[in-house]
Design a binder for this molecule. Structure first.
Ligand code: NAP
Ligand code: 8YV
Length: 314
């Protein structure tokens, strides 16, 4: 039987790529010397598109592949895909939810720990030889008893809240819709959440509805003893405001896994002692990335076998 034709935008984990190569006729956009010619050749054949993280699909790419039936995306966040354009064209879009909740929540919790306890900074202090020459590292702040305000209490947000509870933190949250299934206090808006929290943790999707949801008003409400942790998308934070508030110590600190421009992070962050910075590693373990890849594969498998896909977004 003829293998279904699928365009793949970037190479994936080798183990996943092997499976994709075995089961599909893969057309590798990332190897194409000339994009327009590649798309022209693929157009009459490509039924699937494999996208990865920030390398999604816009309407122009969908139009260039008129036989497209499915976009199987690697990543739970689908902000790099024009969902309205896909819906309009009857293209199915799938993502990779749930299998990454634990890893991303671990990452978020490590940012909370690191930004309050300053472990990376204290290690750098030791490595610089200062422990011997300047004495003990200054005292930091503890997690126990503090309030974590989760902005976006979804699959990942709930996994973070569970971990934070085990660290003795109190939990509050804000979503557009209050949840009946959780015991946590609800705030009707992000400013109110910030006012009542020591740490505000952003775990919403990216995109227009959350653009700069962390702005100067939220930072003012958080205040000079407050911290921001962001594992969502860089777009959810007004970075210029955040940088100014961190520099002036109008908030105490920030832990960031995501940035407005990745990987070209604004270098003004690098000089800040009160910021802990990760290069978007929320889900970046062998196990989780493989599980995400298998879900991407399984969505293709289901679709090309004429069955319903597993994790449909549109
Ligand atoms: P999810 O289950 O859909 O949860 C998202 C939550 O955000 C929901 O509770 C939703 O509640 C809330 N929300 C959405 N829009 C909002 C708005 N405008 N204002 C306030 N709350 C809003 O998604 P998930 O699986 O937990 O993933 C969340 C996001 O994490 C992803 O979309 C992705 O951007 C990010 N992520 C990052 C990494 C990383 O490596 N750093 C890894 C995985 C995921 P309502 O709809 O009721 O508002
Ligand atoms: C990945 C993510 O880093 O799932 C998401 O939405 O942001 C992360 O798990 C991304 O998909 C690959 O770049």
């Amino acid at each position: 039987m003829k293998k279904p034709d699928v365009v793949i935008v970037t190479p994936v984990l080798p183990r996943t790529q092997e499976i994709l190569e075995r089961e599909l006729h893969l057309r590798k956009l990332y190897e194409a010397p000339e994009r327009a010619a590649f798309l022209q050749a693929a157009a009459p054949h490509a039924r699937g598109l494999a996208t990865f993280g920030p390398d999604g699909a816009n309407a122009a790419l969908m139009d260039a592949l008129p036989k497209l039936e499915i976009i199987s995306h690697f990543g739970v966040g689908v902000d790099s895909i024009d969902l309205a354009a896909a819906k309009q064209r009857g293209i199915i879009v799938t993502n990779t939810p749930d299998v990454l909740n634990d890893c991303v929540a671990d990452t978020a919790m490590s940012l909370v720990l690191n930004v309050l306890r300053e472990f990376p900074q204290s290690e750098a202090y030791l490595r610089s030889g200062y422990w011997a020459t300047r004495g003990a590292y200054p005292l930091t702040r503890s997690l126990g008893g503090k309030t974590l305000g989760v902005l976006g209490l979804g699959r990942i947000g709930e996994a973070i809240a569970k971990r934070a509870e085990a660290f003795g933190m109190k939990i509050r949250y804000h979503n557009r819709t209050q949840k009946k299934s959780v015991p946590y206090a609800y705030d009707a808006d992000p400013v109110s959440l910030a006012k009542h929290s020591d740490v505000i943790l952003v775990a919403t999707p990216g995109g227009a509805s959350t653009a700069k949801i962390i702005d100067a008003k939220v930072l003012d409400a958080l205040g000079p003893q407050g911290y921001v942790v962001n594992i969502s998308r860089g777009s959810t934070v007004d970075e210029a405001a955040l940088l100014a508030y961190l520099k002036d110590r109008r908030i105490a600190g920030a832990g960031l896994d995501v940035f407005d421009k990745e990987p070209a992070v604004n270098p003004e962050f690098f000089a800040l002692q009160n910021a802990v910075l990760y290069p978007h590693v929320g889900s970046a373990t062998q196990e989780t990335r493989f599980a995400m890849g298998m879900l991407q594969v399984d969505n293709f498998r289901a679709h090309f076998a004429g069955k319903p896909v597993l994790t449909r977004v549109v």
